[in-house]
Design a protein around this ligand. Sequence first.
Ligand SMILES: [Zn+2]
Ligand SMILES: [Zn+2]
Length: 563
Amino acid sequence: MGFVCSPEEGASIPPGRCKPLLEVVDPRPTIPPDLWHLVAWGGRQFGVPGGNLLELLFPRWVLEGEALCPWGAETLEPPGSLEPRCVLRCPDRSRWEEYRRILEEEVSPTLLLFPERIQGECFAASLEGEERQFRWVLWPSRARDQRLLWQEAREGRWDLVIGSQGAATLPLRGLRRVILDDESSEAWRPLRHPRISLRSLVGERCRVRRGAFFLGARVPSSKVFLRASKDPEGRTTPGKRLVFVDLHSLKTVPEEAGVPRSPVSPTLRRRTEEVLRQGGNALWVLDRKGFAGALLCGECGHSWACPACGVPVVWYRREDRLRCPSCGSLQDVPERCPRCGGGWIEARRPGLESLFDEARRFFGARGGGSVEDASLPLHAKERAARRGRLARGGVLLLGTRGALEICDQAPVGLIGWVEADGESLREEHDARFRAYRLLWESCWRGIDADSRIVVVQSRMAGKGWQGGLSRGWSSFWRQELEERRQLRLPPYGVLVQVEAPPEERKRIQAALDEAGASWMEQEGSDVLWIREEQPARVPALLGRFLPPKRPAQLHPRITLWTD
Ligand SMILES: [Zn+2]
Ligand SMILES: [Zn+2]
């Protein structure tokens, strides 16, 4: 399958380089001009070959040549400049209220995009039961239904499509407006290559269509903050609902004989107890899978690592195996230390599995109530059953960060972060913001969020960047951006992540040196980081390593971080 982008008359291609056409599937343009524009624009902007972009942007069956009704002639007016409008409200309900107001005020073809499907479902539920002036539909989850909606959207059957990533490039006829919720979410960037920010792509789509672009957030990204730094919402705080516990203080809790010291502080236990007694539900978050994140010989200090990657292995007690978090390879749980032969093996860095023992002890002491694993994926039926149990209350949920979505389905009266430091200690330039976002989300996401207690157990306990949790996101960003400005990190420059084999990397490094660009190798990986103050200079720096004649899979993989 191929697409004809533009006819080229008199092009001279040497004989033998050209393959004959077998069949013309559709002589009329099937893809609207704004989406074609994105393919070319994305290629220039992000150094991603057109074929890869087509795969990212369109469902497989479009690329396999299924006949679609023709799009017809549509020419775009000359594009304007992009002026996004911000909807910054901490509680989800107030943002949604604003979205409904925007939608009612003027009916025009709109895409409303949420980073997680569940949020789209909840918003759709909030539209039900009342007569609306616009014809709306929820982006379906089954491929067959999506196909149908693609056709209907092209035919102009809908004024509003509520969806997530998959709906971002839906060819909605006459599209005039996009509302993108939770704009600072990492979910707008696909995990697989090409890792292009869908937020940027949708913004460009609005620009060429001269459509309105609304960005909603509980906490804005750095770019949006710079546009809205005066917004009074930036001083909204969770107030007394937010409780910090210093993890250092746990060391002073007396240890019971034979039982490892609990990672759950007396404060978190007491607060949980109160919420459950009043018929609420509580969620303990420990963002580390398995039983323990490290295994250590108690006699000689030997620590278990993956033989291939050298990273510490995770002990999964339920499967009774050690697993490498990087390559996934398995090892048996050792009985003796291979270095000194000692048999005293310590589990360090407790993981989610270890919390179950903790929760059972907790309930053993108070009796009644139930414990649920919130990290397991559930089918719709099981989900509904759990919603029923949560509606009755008294449930203690245990999960990793993914469990925060339960707040959309049922009231959660308390969220306790058993260890809140992990995310902020990562190496990425935005590690602190990612950590902040998760805790802020815990304070504001979902049903009855404004009466939820959030207990944060941390070694910083409200100091440093965590101060921004008690003072609001304006305060967080001011402090964070001061540092990034000095280091010329995004949004004050662009970080380019280049993955390429060693030989290619050497050539790229030489070219960068010649151009006077600053770069850095990431140890133990195929990754090269380039720090560049002017994003516009990136294509000139790297363009020659992306020759169009070379197969796309041999190109270096480039990811831009502009924030
Ligand atoms: Zn040993
Ligand atoms: Zn490994």
